[in-house]
Structure formats: C-alpha cells, structure tokens
Design a protein around this ligand. Structure first.
Ligand code: FES
Ligand code: FES
Length: 202
C-alpha cells in the first residue's frame, strides 16, 4: 500500500498529538501562552501525564501523574498525606509502608500507577472518627518510638500483622515487623507496643 493510500487513524491519541504539536507551535510564537492556562487534558498530554484512579483512606481520587512518580511521592506531594515518611527511598527501611489492598507495601518502591484501581490506607487512614487506632495508642502507651521517623511505617506493619493474625506469637511479631528498620534502635519498645496492641484489639 502506498503511504498516501493508508487509512487515516482518527484515534484520540493521534488527535491529542496533533493538538499538542499545534499548541507547542503556538507557544513558540505566543510566549505568553502558559501551560497552566491550557485545558487540563492538553496540558497533561504535553507533560506526558497519565490518569490514575484509586481509593485513599476511603476517598476516591482521580489525578494525572507523571509515569515515573512513586506511590510515596504521590501520597506525600500530591495528596499532602505527610504521615508516610521517605527515608531510604529504595525499598530497604520500611518507613514508607502503607496498606495496598490490605497488604503492607513499601510505597517508595512502587509507582503511583501500580496502585491504579487499588485501595490504599496510610497512617492517617487508621484513625477512627479522629480517635487514634488501638495500634497507634499502644505505640504511645509503650513509648514505642524515639525520633518517630520510622513510626508510621512500624504502625502500618503492626496493623497489617494483627489484621491477618490477631494473636501472633513473639516469633511471628518479630518476623512480621522485620521489614521495618528503626535507626534509633527502639526495637524492644516497638515489640512491647505490638504485644500490647494484641490485648487492645484492632
Ligand atoms: S523509604 Fe521506602 S523502604 Fe525506605
Ligand atoms: S524511632 Fe527513630 S528511627 Fe525509629
């Protein structure tokens, strides 16, 4: 088939591509044209953003993100849920732990797009009507923290552990919490906090 005989593909992607190049051309001759003043779908397309829909702490959220945005950055920067901490940023310390569909995951080690369609719970989402959850209370009651930087991740992991196994043995607690590093070495108190949370029921 000759090039000129090829059917025209009227897909949305091609349409947006065409519009985007037109806008870029217009921008060259109209320097005051700002990307933030363009229709959202077009500015997202120029910036290479992709739409993401998920539930976070019970709320349905739809946002456009750059494909290389990590879930941790999305939670902190886009949603302003800064309880989730980033420490190593390479999937080694557990400070950024959140629940994804009920499972504890390192949010710095996932892309936001990996969470498309899923349900995320951050440490803020553990509150019951503005009241601290019993795991959160146990960490306070047992001084299960020093600087507190690892604490949100520890609390999420403890919550996930007790949800799946309400009566863990000491060994199971140690294994369940082994993905969370505490640079302050508050491990004995963290252990006591998890033990105490067993009695408080989550
Ligand atoms: S910050 Fe994600 S594992 Fe350390
Ligand atoms: S309390 Fe400081 S890192 Fe754990």
């Amino acid at each position: 088939m000759k090039k000129s005989d090829k059917p025209i593909n009227p897909s949305r992607r091609n349409f947006l591509k065409g519009v985007s190049s037109g806008i870029v051309g217009a921008y060259a001759i109209t320097p005051n044209l700002k990307i933030e003043n363009l229709p959202k779908e077009i500015s997202d397309s120029i910036e290479g953003k992709v739409k993401l829909t998920l539930k976070v702490n019970g709320e349905k959220i739809s946002k456009s993100v750059k494909p290389n945005t990590t879930l941790a950055d999305f939670i902190r920067e886009e949603l302003k849920l800064t309880g989730t901490k980033i420490v190593c940023n390479q999937g080694e310390c557990g400070s950024c732990t959140v629940l994804m569909n009920g499972e504890a995951v390192y949010s710095c080690h996932l892309l936001a797009l990996d969470a498309d369609g899923s349900e995320i719970i951050t440490v803020e989402g553990l509150l019951n009507n503005d009241e601290l959850n019993s795991v959160q209370k146990s960490f306070i009651d047992n001084d299960g923290l020093q600087c507190g930087f690892c604490t949100p991740g520890q609390i999420i992991s403890a919550y996930a552990l007790l949800k799946n196994n309400p009566n863990p043995t000491d060994e199971e607690i140690k294994n369940g919490m082994s993905g969370n590093v505490c640079r302050c070495g508050a491990y004995p108190k963290i252990f006591d906090s998890v033990k105490d949370a067993i009695n408080k029921k989550i």
